[in-house]
Design a protein around this ligand. Structure first.
Ligand SMILES: Nc1nc2c(ncn2[C@@H]2O[C@H](COP(=O)(O)OP(=O)(O)OP(=O)(O)O)[C@@H](O)[C@H]2O)c(=O)[nH]1
Ligand SMILES: [Mg+2]
Length: 370
């Protein structure tokens, strides 16, 4: 299942299918690649972020500095999130480093997010790597590891950390990177320094990234659908003579509203906001249908009747227009204009409500923990 399938389901007004596809996409494998020079603390970081100690079963192997244990990417599953993997990547070395070649060799497409880790200062190879990841459209974080060593003999920890942070930023700016995030961490002290913040930032990103992407796709798809529906409304109404009736019987709101009710009911069904579709969707995501309905800015589908549309038509008519509507010819154009405005109001608010319902349905959905 792909984002194209998701888009097609939203376009078809099949919200239940759209949410099933979204659930599948949001729960697929997510891989974070951890890349650094040999001995930078990559394996220790992977253990700490998985809440493991280096000596625990299933932990990544820690070697003496300079004795890199892995020459190929090695994946480690997060104990609580079965589809989340941290990948210990082959080292990057200063001699003749080419970021594009390295990323090709390790299989760039297999990873969703990158962590560039350094236990000393960031140098050219780190910035080149970041720029290449950015150029290829993926996200990265800089992690400066082993800060417990740096502050060991310092009297004032805060100022020592500030100095390291400034040095990192300066180095990365020299390397041509202006927008970046640096986290100062110690894998031996995962409750200190920026480790908790990194964890929170990373997990937020991982859990919300796909959801945000899908919601943005659904928003643009609904805007497209709304425009197409409007063109179809104008076409159908002229073909069936709907607006002719509105024009001829303009002053008589009930006749006008009767025709419009059919159009509007069709919008609800077409976008997936009719009562049956909403009940199915609520059951599927384990929510009360009232919760889904509460985010709708348009009236409920069941509330659409010729009488309610009649009331709405009156609300859309000024006192002056009400008088003009009784004048032949001019009155007809005023009536058609008013009918247009009401239908457009429904299309706008139904599209907006569909987005709200999808957002609500996907709230809390995402990577499932064990
Ligand atoms: N003090 C301190 N030592 C660390 C920290 N992280 C790693 N180390 C030590 O640094 C050494 C290298 O750590 P690893 O996690 O194996 O680093 P690596 O990048 O995976 O190294 P290779 O795979 O051998 O290239 C080990 O002796 C670790 O104990 C840290 O946050 N603080
Ligand atoms: Mg290692």
């Amino acid at each position: 299942m792909s984002t194209e399938d998701f888009k097609a389901a939203v376009k078809a007004g099949n919200l239940s299918r759209a949410v099933s596809i979204a659930q599948e996409i949001m729960n697929r494998r997510f891989a974070v690649a951890v890349i650094g020079k040999s001995g930078s603390g990559a394996s220790s970081f992977i253990n700490a972020i998985r809440d493991l100690k280096n000596e625990d079963t299933g932990a990544a192997q820690i070697a003496w500095v300079g004795n890199r244990t892995n020459r190929r990417p090695t994946s480690y599953r997060h104990p609580r999130y079965p589809k989340l993997y941290f990948c210990d990547m082959p080292e990057i070395s200063s001699s003749d480093f080419k970021a594009d070649k390295y990323l090709e060799q390790v299989g760039f497409d297999l990873y969703d997010l990158f962590i560039i880790i350094a236990s000393e200062r960031f140098i050219n190879i780190h910035t080149e790597l970041a720029k290449e990841i950015q150029r290829r459209g993926k996200s990265f974080y800089f992690v400066r590891s082993k800060v417990d060593n740096d502050v060991l003999y310092e009297m004032a920890e805060e100022s020592a950390l500030r100095r390291i942070r400034e040095e990192c930023t300066e180095r990365l700016q020299i390397g041509g990177l202006t927008h970046h995030q640096v986290f100062l961490i110690s894998s031996s002290r995962p409750c200190h320094y920026d480790f908790p913040l990194l964890k929170e930032t990373l997990f937020n990103k991982i859990f919300s990234q796909e959801r945000e992407k899908l919601l943005s796709i659904s928003w643009s798809t609904l805007q497209e659908k709304k425009s197409e529906k409007w063109v179809a409304t104008i076409g159908t109404s002229f073909l069936t003579g709907g607006f002719a009736v509105a024009a001829l019987l303009g002053p008589f709101d009930y006749a006008d509203s009767f025709i419009m009710t059919n159009f509007i009911k069709d919008y609800y069904k077409d976008f997936g906001l009719d009562d049956d579709s909403l009940s199915t969707l609520a059951g599927q995501v384990g929510k009360d249908v009232k919760d889904l309905k509460s985010v709708m800015t348009c009236p409920q589908a069941s509330a659409i009747t010729p009488i309610s549309i009649c009331d709405l038509l009156n609300n859309f008519t000024s006192m002056a227009a009400n008088v003009i509507r009784w004048i032949p010819v001019i009155g007809a154009s005023v009536s058609i204009g008013r009918t247009h405005r009401v239908l457009q109001y429904f299309l706008d608010s139904i599209a907006e409500s569909t987005f709200g319902v999808l957002k609500e349905a996907l709230e809390g959905e995402g990577r499932k923990s064990k």
